[in-house]
Design a protein around this ligand. Structure first.
Ligand code: AMP
Ligand code: MG
Length: 338
């Protein structure tokens, strides 16, 4: 009898250890995109922690949305040419980070790009190719040197300058989401803010998370490869994320501030892997505008801890050295290149 009970106990233990942990997850439309938080810890606090994350994301949206007229950014855009506008600490922090990337990249990354972004309206129903004249009129405004920030006080030096933090906000938000989950005792989660991923901890099996790198010319969910990561942000900037086509030409949402037109530096996409979401997001946009060669130099000089995958228009995949061990390339549509 004792033996039977023992065997039964073993069986129960065996099957319970095999059970796949179903994540507790939630999806909402916030920060202008579809956001999903999936928690893989076996804890009652998961739902409450996820709700706390979404509440924080909504607060952030209220500050940073360029489309919401009452947001902090809209207030700065409206009034900061005629007077100093005092921002909250968080908005000032993100703007300062954006300004750092603008300075380091010589304006390839530029938070003053707002007026040009609005002109194109890419990603909305009103997207259109502006006239050269329209672009020329606003091009001088799209220069980060028109943004003056001291402590939390902001002044715009050109009447047409509009701040746009769309290239950095979701990365920052993923850091905030991670911190809130952590504070609630969560150790394993996937934070997905419209493709800006933060992979927290490890999978319930103890292995690293496997994050797919989208094939920029494949259907959604078709990957060029998989990165194996834990406690890392994986962020992609690509010409396939938001674009429209006119006469067979693709116009995408990442603007080269020197021309006012979508950046054309031989790239289809750049993915960045970094411990910091805000840096991964700012970096992926920066590298996309700089192109692969200058982009690799930028990483060597300013972002030694980050790794990047560049996918080029001539169908090559170029990676930083540190990626070799963590990226499995699964595609045959691209060649490994230098
Ligand atoms: P991401 O998808 O992170 O690369 O960010 C792209 C978004 O950032 C665009 O939709 C614009 O709102 C904004 N943006 C476009 N071009 C630039 C640029 N050169 N520097 C900074 N932000 C940009
Ligand atoms: Mg970005």
């Amino acid at each position: 009898m004792k033996r039977v009970v023992f065997l039964l106990l073993l069986l129960v233990l065996f099957f319970s250890s095999c059970r796949v942990i179903e994540p507790v997850g939630k999806t909402e439309f916030v920060l202008g995109t579809v956001c999903t938080i999936s928690v893989y810890d076996n804890t009652k606090k998961a739902s409450q922690a996820i709700d706390e994350v979404f509440a924080a994301l909504k607060e952030l949206e209220k500050k940073l949305s360029a489309n919401d007229e009452s947001s902090m950014i809209s207030r700065i855009n409206k009034y900061a040419y005629s007077r100093d506008v005092s921002a909250d600490e968080e908005t000032a922090f993100i703007l300062k980070k954006a300004m750092e990337y603008a300075e380091k990249s010589g304006g390839a990354f530029d938070p003053a790009i707002g007026a040009i972004v609005k002109l194109w309206n890419i990603g909305t129903e009103d997207a259109r190719v502006p006239s050269e004249n329209e672009i020329e009129k606003l091009l001088l405004s799209a220069d980060y040197q028109n943004i003056n920030i001291r402590e939390t006080s902001i002044r715009l030096l050109n009447p047409d300058t509009r701040i746009d933090l769309g290239a950095i906000a979701k990365g920052y938000a993923s850091d905030i989401a991670r911190d809130i989950l952590k504070k609630n005792g969560i150790t394993r989660a996937i934070i997905d803010l419209g493709g800006n991923i933060y992979a927290m901890g490890k999978r319930p099996t103890g292995e690293e998370w496997r994050i797919g790198i989208q094939d920029p010319r494949g259907d959604k969910g078709i990957y060029i490869g998989i990165v194996h990561v834990s406690d890392m942000a994986v962020v992609t900037s690509g010409d396939y994320e938001r674009f429209f086509t006119v006469n067979g030409k693709r116009y995408h949402h990442i603007i080269d501030p020197t021309s006012g037109y979508p950046a054309e530096n031989g790239l289809l996409s750049v993915s960045v892997i970094s411990k910091s979401g805000i840096d991964a997001d700012a970096l992926s946009t920066t590298l996309f505008v700089l192109g692969a060669d200058k982009g690799k130099d930028f990483i060597k000089k300013y972002a030694k801890d980050a790794e990047a995958v560049f996918i080029t228009t001539d169908r090559r995949i170029i990676t930083t050295d540190g990626l070799k061990d963590i990226l499995d390339i699964t595609t045959t549509n691209y060649q490994l290149g230098k």
